[in-house]
Design a protein around this ligand. Structure first.
Ligand code: ZN
Length: 314
């Protein structure tokens, strides 16, 4: 077949060459003559028209395209794969996770996570559900009350924290709150910037919260230490002690939770500097969160799938 084509092309090329020769002669003669238009036009219209078009279309088109298509085939195979894969990926991910969870009721979401039905009457717009973590920033706010010795908490949580700490002390465990509300500038200057200056911004973001993302800015939490009252330094990590056990066993009774349970960092991002960090969320929420060992983020996602962001979840 190729040879037959080549022969035909060769023949046509010869014809084209002859035609070109004739036409160039006639055009030259026309240039030379330059007067007798009617005599030259028939020669030009006949010769170039049929001969040149086959010469142009044949030579490049039929023989060369098959030759080029050979090496190019892998490229044309890759192209549909690249365009097809993302569509499939998005379709699968979408149908299996986010949209289906978004359409569920709180009880259905809880069931999907293997949790019991969550309490009713939870209003996430209430003060106690103000959320600050690595993925959810808040604007600064001024709490409207304080708990002794310079540890400031919001009025909604004041009584709960006082009773919580007071009852723990009364039970024989000398604990005290040494850090409560922190304003934006304190978070920046005392906690975030020192890490940036010492280790760089990337490390700082992994070791502490950037301003706006620190739970202490909500004025709904306290850091506890063993012994003393007021600020006596950072204290030591007293997890595992009897005092710690009392706090974990009773915090929910006061509407208070352990804010950063170990091993659940993916929900809240960076843990607080002090792991002995307790947060007020109200009694119904605290009971559910502590009984099921979940985070505040997971609890809030049960009720609102849209306004709280947790990477890899929604
Ligand atoms: Zn803290």
């Amino acid at each position: 077949m190729k040879r037959a084509f080549q022969l035909i092309f060769a023949f046509l090329l010869v014809l084209a060459a002859i035609a070109l020769a004739v036409s160039s002669c006639t055009s030259q003669s026309a240039l030379r003559g330059g007067e007798t238009a009617p005599a030259e036009t028939p020669a030009e219209t006949e010769a170039p028209a049929p001969v040149e078009t086959p010469a142009e279309t044949e030579a490049p088109a039929p023989p060369e395209t098959p030759a080029e298509a050979g090496p190019e085939t892998p490229v044309t195979v890759d192209a549909p794969e690249q365009t097809g894969l993302p569509e499939q990926g998005f379709g699968e991910a979408g149908s299996l996770s986010a949209p289906s969870m978004a359409e569920m009721t709180p009880a259905e979401r809880a069931a999907a996570w293997g949790l019991p039905a969550p309490p009713e009457g939870i209003d996430l717009s209430a003060t106690e559900f103000k959320l600050a973590n690595s993925y959810n920033s808040i604007t600064d706010k001024r709490p409207n009350h304080s708990m002794g010795a310079g540890v400031i908490v919001d009025a909604v949580a004041d009584e709960a924290f006082n009773n919580f700490v007071g009852d723990c002390v009364a039970a024989g465990y000398g604990v005290s709150a040494f850090r409560g509300y922190l304003d934006w500038w304190t978070v920046l200057e005392n906690y975030y910037e020192p890490e940036v200056f010492a280790h760089g911004a990337e490390y700082a973001a992994s070791a502490t919260y950037v301003p706006g993302c620190n739970d202490h800015q909500t004025a709904l939490c306290i850091d506890l230490r063993l012994g003393g009252t007021g600020y006596l330094g950072e204290g030591v990590d007293f997890r595992g002690t009897e005092a710690w056990d009392w706090l974990l066993a009773h915090c929910a009774e006061y509407g208070i939770i352990l804010r950063y349970p170990e091993g659940q960092e993916s929900w809240y991002g960076t843990a607080c500097v002090n792991p002995c960090h307790f947060r007020y969320v109200g009694e119904a929420a605290a009971k559910y969160i502590m009984e099921n060992n979940i985070t505040l983020e997971q609890f809030m996602l049960l009720y609102d799938w849209e306004s709280i962001y947790v990477p890899g979840v929604n």
